[in-house]
Design a protein around this ligand. Structure first.
Ligand code: NAP
Ligand code: G4F
Length: 344
């Protein structure tokens, strides 16, 4: 039986990956950090909370990392833990660098010291491409990286540090450059889940208006459970390598909003421009979407679209669930969750 250590077990990807590895017969160790509440709500939602072995792990604490690796003795390390919200990284740049970049360096060193043969998966990100995605450029593993946020800068440093361990110490290290991936387990601060939760609340009459930032940003949105499968495939390959994981289709936040309202049979008409834009419900003329400029980012990544043909060729990985289906599933799940909450 293989043993996996997943850092960041409480997050969206941690939960989906744990489910995937348990189904493949792994012993799964999941890391958590101290907090006032230890609920593991996503793991409970997937019905696997009792199947995980939990280990305390804080990326800012080097000796704790050594002990965590020693205690879990993993064959595969999936390093997912991070300060993952781009917006907050502008408010907390030094903290984001410490957790995402220096934290990765600390954990790499702990694994090299205690468990040098363990295979490493690095949660790299399309955000590292940043400004290089402008003008609908199709981004593959060789595209330039022009980061535009403290989060992306920290992730790019971690990406290079993992590459260095591959080169200098012969570590089996895979770097997954994943584009945005979403699900009903996505954190509510990210735009997709913010939209689908609000649309569900509007459908049930508990919210009137959804307030957003930049409607024109385009993202390549895929289905999270498929993306954790790609992570697993990367560590079963012959050698550690780099892979873009994406759908190849980029749509705007505006289009995502339209699709989410369509899932509750509401058509939106857009009026105004820039921060004066409003989305109005066709038929009732009720304002359903407004812009709050305070939600604009100091520097924005306008366009991200990925080319995952290398993953298709070498890993046999291809995206399955399309954007319309993804949005529909997320709205449906939020309707069910909210209706359940209201019934309690
Ligand atoms: P997420 O839901 O925000 O989960 C992040 C996890 O990291 C949580 O378990 C969190 O624990 C943990 N964590 C945060 N700071 C930590 C620290 N100082 N020490 C130890 N653990 C810490 O993120 P996700 O969407 O699952 O993403 C997983 C990884 O993939 C992240 O590295 C993210 O940057 C990267 N990524 C995500 C996407 C995407 O579209 N989802 C795309 C590309 C790359 P708490 O619950 O205690 O906060
Ligand atoms: O949903 P977002 O916050 O995701 P973002 O910034 O693309 O980052 C996510 O994907 C990355 C992969 O590319 C991951 F590495 C990262 O960890 C995270 O999972 O924002 C998407 C877009 C942005 O352009 C943002 O400005 O939506 C725009 N947006 C417009 N209104 C909004 C909002 N974003 C949020 N979070 N909230 C809004 O109200």
């Amino acid at each position: 039986m293989k043993r996996a250590l997943i850092t960041g077990i409480s997050g969206q990807d941690g939960a989906w990956l744990a489910l995937h590895l348990l189904r493949h017969g792994y012993e799964v160790h999941g890391s958590f950090r101290r907090g006032a509440e230890r609920t593991f709500s996503r793991l409970h939602r997937l019905g696997i909370a009792d199947d995980i072995q939990y280990v305390l792990l804080e990326l800012c604490e080097a000796t704790n990392l050594v002990r965590a690796v020693d205690r879990t003795a993993p064959d595969e390390v999936y390093h997912l833990a991070a300060q993952s919200f781009v917006g907050d990284s502008f408010e907390q740049p030094a903290y984001t660098l410490d957790v995402n970049a220096t934290g990765t360096a600390r954990l790499l060193d702990a694994v090299r010291t205690v468990r040098p043969d363990a295979r490493w998966y690095q949660a790299s990100t399309s955000e590292m491409f940043g400004a290089a995605g402008a003008g609908d450029t199709l981004l593959d593993e060789h595209a330039p990286m022009v980061p535009r946020s403290p989060y992306a800068i920290a992730k790019l440093a971690a990406h290079h540090m993992v590459g260095l361990h591959r080169e200098a110490y012969g570590t089996f290290a895979a770097r997954g450059i994943l584009f945005n991936h979403e699900s009903a387990l996505r954190g509510p601060e990210f735009v997709t889940r913010k939209v689908t939760r609000a649309v569900a609340a509007i459908a049930l009459g508990h919210q009137q208006v959804l307030t957003l930032g930049n409607l024109e940003a385009r993202r390549d949105w895929g289905h999270a459970p498929e993306y954790v499968d790609a992570m697993h495939r990367m560590l079963q390959a012959e050698r550690g390598d780099d892979f873009v994981v994406a759908t190849g289709r980029a749509e705007s936040v505006r289009t995502f909003v339209e699709l989410a309202f369509a899932a509750i049979d509401v058509s939106l008409a857009w009026r105004g421009t820039g921060s004066d834009t409003v989305g109005v419900e066709v038929g009732t003329d009720t304002v359903r979407v407004r812009i709050d400029p305070s939600l604009y980012r100091p520097a924005e990544v306008g366009w991200l679209r990925g080319d995952a043909s290398k993953a298709a060729r070498l890993l046999g990985w291809r995206p399955q669930v399309g954007l319309e289906e993804l949005v529909h599933r997320m709205v449906r799940a939020d309707l069910d969750e909210l209706a359940g909450d209201l019934g309690r």
